[in-house]
Design a protein around this ligand. Structure first.
Ligand code: NAD
Length: 290
């Protein structure tokens, strides 16, 4: 089988692929040219879309290895029609994402995100413990559940979960509430963390009418997908609510750089879609996908 990598890959991933594809298979690197009709399979991450155009370019592909969770960049109907098999990597990066959520939540509460300081300003670092907080977890799949387990270890926090596809009866802990009426959640949450896929239902999940309901010092983490939060409305909200914070690992113009307005906001921290960037997650992702 000839496998073409369609997104830029670091050396570690190439090494992993070389080990995994085996002697009977050959992989063609991102930069390498090859007759596209010879390609049997493609490897994609988040920024390349499987659509009619791809089928026209690679008419003979039989497999898509999507290194990551969910298939929002894959036209699944088309894949079915064309008999193209799609393989993804659920679980593989759960720990990496959930652990980084903890890092950012603690960093926010203890104000250690401040890069410049003076010794006389120690008291400006006065922060809070991760206890007695209400954390709203939007999407209670692998990452949402892992985040719950990690924060639970800190004790004394309350959790609200919004995920209509989860059976709440399985969760009997008394610090967790499953709520389907979203409007009550906005007023109650100190921290909101998004762990849902991008679907027609979740696009603009958070937009201007919801922002007006939020607590003035809320912290929002979006490691899910761009467009789940309305970006213009978020910018307006952060500009007018300096005590609120957003941590984004994703933004609307990906893979291009984020909107300048977002980049220069004091109360917004953006990372370049890196929450799954650990050697462990990438190792597991390649093993799963292959
Ligand atoms: N930033 C990164 O590098 C990175 C890494 C891994 C995953 N992700 C993203 O994080 C998200 C969650 O990943 P996961 O591994 O937990 O996936 P998962 O499939 O295990 O969980 C997703 C959960 O969302 C729920 N859901 C689906 N539609 C919903 C809706 N309309 N409202 C509320 N809940 C809904 C599902 O029931 C499921 O429980 C995915 O979108 C994934 O793409 C990002």
């Amino acid at each position: 089988m000839i496998i073409k990598i369609l997104e830029p890959y670091p050396a570690i991933n190439r090494a992993l692929l070389t080990g995994i594809v085996g002697v009977n298979n050959k992989f063609i690197e991102y930069e390498e040219d090859m007759d596209p009709t010879m390609i049997d399979a493609v490897v994609i991450r988040s920024h390349v879309t499987f659509n009619e155009q791809m089928i026209r370019t690679y008419p003979n592909i039989k497999y898509i290895f999507r290194v990551g969770v969910w298939t929002d960049n894959i036209d699944m109907d088309l894949a079915k029609r064309m008999n193209v098999q799609v393989l993804t990597t659920p679980w593989a990066n759960t720990d990496s994402v959930a652990q980084l959520c903890i890092w950012w939540i603690l960093s926010l509460l203890r104000r250690t995100y401040k890069k410049f300081w003076h010794i006389d300003d120690r008291y400006s670092f006065m922060g809070q413990e991760l206890s007695w907080k209400t954390i709203w977890i939007v999407g209670f799949g692998n990452i949402g559940q892992k985040l719950y387990a990690l924060i639970n270890a800190f004790g004394e926090n309350q959790f609200i979960v919004y995920d209509p596809f989860i059976n709440p009866k399985k969760w009997t802990q008394n610090n967790i509430r499953f709520v389907n009426d979203r409007s009550v959640l906005f007023q109650q949450s100190d921290i909101i963390s998004f762990h849902i896929p991008l679907t027609p239902d979740t696009k603009n999940f958070l937009s201007w009418k919801d922002f007006s309901l939020l607590r003035p010092n809320v912290s929002i983490l979006n490691t899910s997908r761009w467009y789940i939060i309305n970006q213009d409305d978020l910018i307006d909200f952060l500009q007018t609510h300096p005590d609120s914070w957003a941590f984004l690992d994703t933004w609307n113009s990906e893979p291009d750089m984020p909107d300048n307005r977002l980049q220069y906001l004091e109360n917004c921290i953006i990372t370049p879609h890196i929450w799954a960037m650990t050697y462990q997650a990438h190792g597991r992702m390649h093993n799963f996908a292959m």
